[in-house]
Write a protein that binds this ligand. Structure first.
Ligand SMILES: [Zn+2]
Ligand SMILES: [Zn+2]
Length: 266
């Protein structure tokens, strides 16, 4: 079941809505940017951001994000965020469509619905990577909050209109799985929550790098495994309140950010 309660407007929420409207028409000739929602200062709320963006390089895929899980991992990372690595753009249960592919990526057509879990890159050369088990790569790169040695950039997650991912970590979505539900399940912690029942938000059961092989297989089995898991879609202007709800204690829902309703596109 997918619900969408409407909480009263809040200051941060109003700011996010205003930003969405202003973000639709970047000035011609300016460097490409992407609209995102992130933590810009330690202890701060999620705020709208415009961040530099680039075209996908060799082996990379640019994905236009449609849905992103909002999970306890994000809340914990956001609240622990220090002054380095800012801004933090969370989100590691992502469903979107292929927008653009870099050199050498022929297998993913623009428009294809795809998913991304807790890892966005690996070394591509170790036995694990070559065998399709990127989770076992000792240099697996978390989807957000990490430095990617391949690019030298800081990784940013799916609270954004676009994300860059290495092709090996672009996951397929079974047609029987609703896209919003798939987004929730690509986060390993949320998936465990759905299968095993709710856990307190502060419990350290799932690291930022989850079981990538498990999520890679997820679409095939997730639809039957999780018939009763409730999903609540939240808008960008409801994100801060959703974090408060998650932090308040054990929940019975999986939250998914609906980026299609946020107008902050390039
Ligand atoms: Zn998570
Ligand atoms: Zn590797």
């Amino acid at each position: 079941m997918i619900g969408r309660p409407k909480p009263p407007p809040r200051d941060a929420a109003a700011r996010i809505r205003e930003h969405a409207g202003a973000a639709r028409s970047p000035a011609p000739g300016t460097a490409p940017t992407v609209a995102a929602l992130g933590i810009a200062e330690p202890g701060g709320l999620l705020v709208p951001l415009r961040l530099p963006h680039r075209a996908p390089g060799p082996g990379e895929v640019a994905i236009e994000v449609r849905y992103c899980s909002v999970c306890a991992c994000d809340v914990r990372a956001g609240r622990a965020q220090g002054s380095t690595g800012l801004p933090l753009v969370p989100g590691h249960g992502i469903v979107g469509v292929v927008a653009e592919t870099g050199p050498g990526v022929r297998e993913l057509e623009p428009g294809t619905l795809v998913g991304v879990g807790a890892v966005v890159d690996g070394c591509s050369t170790c036995a694990a990577c070559r065998g399709g088990a990127g989770r076992d790569c000792v240099r697996a790169v978390p989807t957000y909050g990490a430095r990617n040695p391949r690019t030298g950039e800081h990784t940013r997650g799916g609270y954004a209109k676009r994300i860059l991912v290495h092709r090996d970590f672009v996951l397929h979505i079974a047609p029987e799985l609703e896209p919003a539900r798939a987004a929730a399940l690509f986060c390993p912690r949320t998936r465990a929550h759905a299968v095993l029942g709710p856990h307190p938000a502060g419990e350290g059961t799932a690291p930022l790098v989850g079981s990538e092989a498990e999520t890679r297989q997820l679409p095939a089995s997730g639809a039957e495994e999780l018939p009763a898991a409730d999903i609540e879609l939240v808008g960008a202007d409801e994100l801060n309140e959703t974090w408060e709800r998650i932090a308040a204690g054990p929940g019975h829902r999986m939250f998914v950010l609906d980026l299609a309703t946020w107008g902050g596109n390039d």
